[in-house]
Design a protein around this ligand. Structure first.
Ligand SMILES: Nc1ncnc2c1ncn2[C@@H]1O[C@H](COP(=O)(O)OP(=O)(O)OP(=O)(O)O)[C@@H](O)[C@H]1O
Length: 307
């Protein structure tokens, strides 16, 4: 069903402020290539079987499945905002965040960024057999820092990671908490305009979490925009001033963290049976009347949502 006109015009920016991110009808679809069936060729020798499979694929095509991870998401974000992204496993949170960080292009729709975005977590580029100190250079270079910038920052990074003599040991000797601390310290060494945090705070001990929270606050105060995935209502309420609830790839709610997290946790929390019926109703409304009508329903249930 085509989206109603009100949904097509969902991106409305505040004329008094310069947005840091504008997402306009962003959809992201993965194409998954499934290998051909191998079992039929077990009477052949391996080489003949492989050749036959290859021939069959080239004539019949490889199975392609499309996964619509993010569906028609629109929002406007501003400097100074700290935005929680919540939703169940597989709902599309990481995909959306990776798109904001510039790692996955939107399949359709438009995304405008004002400034530099960085995904917190330089895990992909770090090399486990090298020391933490060497990895600081690798991670910082990957974030686009110059050698002079790195030299100026490296003592701060070591100090913030606070992993003692392990900084000179290979990263594959680190506990997961230590590795998370070092990654966090590297990726917040420079203040990006848009910081994207994908569950980085779920690791690390209480003391480190408190320091990480303070660092994120610092970034916010320097007028950056922070997006962070979190499943914990207390974290969302203490660290964020806005929440996006992504459900099956759709932006179901965009409002103040407390009511949005409240709706979300009720769906998966205590009065689950009551909410399950309401949730089924939300999905019925989405199918029959569109997403905006479903959001109206949520607004009626949680009028204090600020949406
Ligand atoms: N690289 C990929 N190739 C194909 N499908 C993918 C890929 N990454 C994610 N998906 C699919 O896209 C959908 C959204 O996944 P995504 O990781 O964005 O969800 P998520 O909300 O971050 O989940 P989680 O909370 O488990 O991390 C899922 O159906 C997932 O299987």
């Amino acid at each position: 069903m085509a989206a109603p006109e009100s949904e097509r015009d969902a991106v409305v920016a505040d004329p008094g402020r310069v947005p840091s991110v504008i997402a306009s009808h962003v959809s992201i679809t993965y194409r998954v290539f499934s290998p051909g069936r191998a079992a039929e060729d077990n009477t052949e020798d391996a080489e003949t079987g492989a050749l036959k499979r290859l021939l069959r694929r080239s004539t019949q095509g490889v199975g392609v499945r499309e996964v619509a991870a993010v569906k028609d998401v629109s929002f406007v974000a501003y400097p100074g905002e700290s935005i929680a992204v919540l939703g169940r496993n597989g709902s599309g949170k990481s995909t959306l965040l990776r798109t904001i960080a510039g790692l996955v292009p939107p399949t359709s729709g438009r995304l405008w960024l004002h400034g530099r975005a960085a995904l917190l977590g330089v895990n992909g580029v770090l090399i486990a057999r090298l020391s933490g100190r060497r990895n600081i250079w690798i991670g910082c270079l990957a974030m686009g820092m110059s050698p002079d910038e790195i030299r100026a920052k490296q003592d701060d990074i070591v100090e913030f990671a606070d992993i003692g003599e392990f900084i000179d040991m290979p990263m594959n000797s680190y506990s997961s908490g230590m590795a998370a601390r070092l990654r966090f310290a590297i990726s917040t060494a420079i203040v990006p305009d848009i910081l994207v945090v994908d569950e980085a705070l779920s690791t690390g001990d209480t003391q480190f979490r408190a320091r990480a929270t303070a660092r994120i606050k610092e970034i916010r105060q320097q007028a950056g925009t922070v997006f962070m995935v979190s499943h914990t209502p207390a974290t969302i309420e203490s660290m964020c001033d806005r929440a996006l609830w992504i459900d099956e790839g759709r932006l179901l709610a965009d409002g103040q963290p407390k009511p949005v997290a409240g709706l979300y946790t009720r769906k998966y929390g205590e009065d689950r049976h009551v909410w399950r019926e309401r949730y089924a109703e939300v999905h019925r409304v989405i199918d029959e009347q569109g997403l905006e009508a479903a959001r109206d329903l949520l607004r009626r249930w949680e009028p204090e949502g600020g949406w």
